[in-house]
Design a protein around this ligand. Structure first.
Ligand code: NAD
Length: 311
């Protein structure tokens, strides 16, 4: 592994991921970091025993590191990190450096950044490598990484080793931007299952059934899912699920709206029919701006859909 690593974006996901990198690399590995907000940078520097250095901008990070990772919210932020003249990653003299963007964004932006990179720096390589597993996965280093590369990519071993410090499962997805495609397909599926599970359990509750019995039946029948077992939308069914803690923690509903919308866009682009896409997207759009749901775990759609919380 290289002993100079760059990290851009130290938010809810980026900070614990960067901490794991530090924890699991040798003492002589240095981390060069930048975030537009100072607080997390200062926090990481202060706890790092001199192994983390704050940088002035993304170019500065790239100047000092051999591998550069980024974890920012949306496509516009990724453009800003990589393409800002004089201060973006691509303004650095990259040589054969490796750039890895872990943000969940649209495939078009990711491919545009990749093309700009290979045009300006033919020896450098840009990869999309979004993650699943949430904040807990980021803290426990159990994230799933979906990497936009082939199995026989020349850098695949380095990608597996490096991302393996932060994750339990690393999947090369077959080519550029296909890591993002995989991530969007996953979140479309899990977002749709959350709506269906909410609706089905609510039918049962309103018909007079004990939802614990119904959930046990789903579990041993064909409606079983990770949403049912670990992220159940009905308060009280899974003690550890955000729903049982006032929908606090978990995956913010605005992020699910973003990913669901990106999946619906991708479907249009590739000509994949979606029967649920429009309806599901409206649910997440409404929940994202609804006072009872905004900023809460995305399974709060149960509440938006009129789910009974007092069963
Ligand atoms: P966040 O808002 O907590 O963190 C993003 C960080 O990026 C912030 O600290 C922000 O200041 C920084 N940033 C924004 N623009 C920047 C720029 N131009 N230069 C440098 N830093 C910049 O978001 P998050 O929850 O960490 O999510 C990051 C990405 O990970 C998103 O694409 C999200 O969809 C994805 N993701 C999130 C989760 C989750 O559970 N939160 C799970 C999987 C994937």
């Amino acid at each position: 592994l290289p002993n100079t690593v760059g990290w851009i974006g130290l938010g809810v996901m980026g900070l614990p991921m960067a901490r794991n990198l530090l924890k699991k690399t040798k003492q002589d590995t240095k981390l060069y970091v930048f975030d537009v907000v100072d607080d997390a940078v200062k926090q990481l520097v202060s706890e790092s025993n001199g192994r983390v250095e704050a940088c002035a901008n993304s170019k500065d990070v790239a100047d000092k590191s051999t591998v550069i990772l980024s974890m920012v919210p949306e496509g516009s932020h990724v453009r800003s990190v990589y393409l800002t003249p004089d201060a973006g990653v691509l303004a650095s003299d990259l040589g054969s450096k490796i750039l890895i963007d872990c943000s969940t964004i649209d495939t078009g932006t990711s491919l545009a950044v990749r093309d700009a990179c290979s045009e300006k720096h033919p020896k450098a390589t840009f990869y999309d490598a979004p993650v699943s597993g949430g904040v807990i996965g980021a803290e426990k280093a159990t994230l799933t990484f979906m990497v936009g590369c082939k199995n026989d990519d020349p850098n695949v071993q380095l990608l597996l080793n490096l991302l393996g410090l932060m994750g339990g499962n690393i999947f090369p997805c077959g080519g550029a931007s296909l890591g993002l495609t995989a991530k969007l397909c996953n979140n479309y599926c899990s977002g749709s299952i959350a709506i269906a599970t909410s609706e089905a359990l609510n039918i049962g509750i309103r018909s007079g059934m004990d939802p614990r019995v119904l959930a046990n039946i789903f579990h041993t029948s064909t409606a079983q899912s990770a949403i049912l077992d670990d992220w159940n939308p009905v308060p009280g069914l899974c003690p550890e699920a955000p729903a049982s803690k006032g929908y606090k923690g978990g995956f913010r509903v605005q992020l699910m709206k973003k990913d669901y919308a990106l999946a619906v866009d991708t479907a249009k682009r590739v000509g994949a029919e979606l029967a649920l896409g429009g309806a599901g997207l409206k649910v997440y759009e409404d929940a994202s701006v609804d006072e009872r749901c905004r900023d809460l775990d995305s399974r709060v759609v149960y509440r938006l859909l009129g789910g009974r919380e007092d069963w």
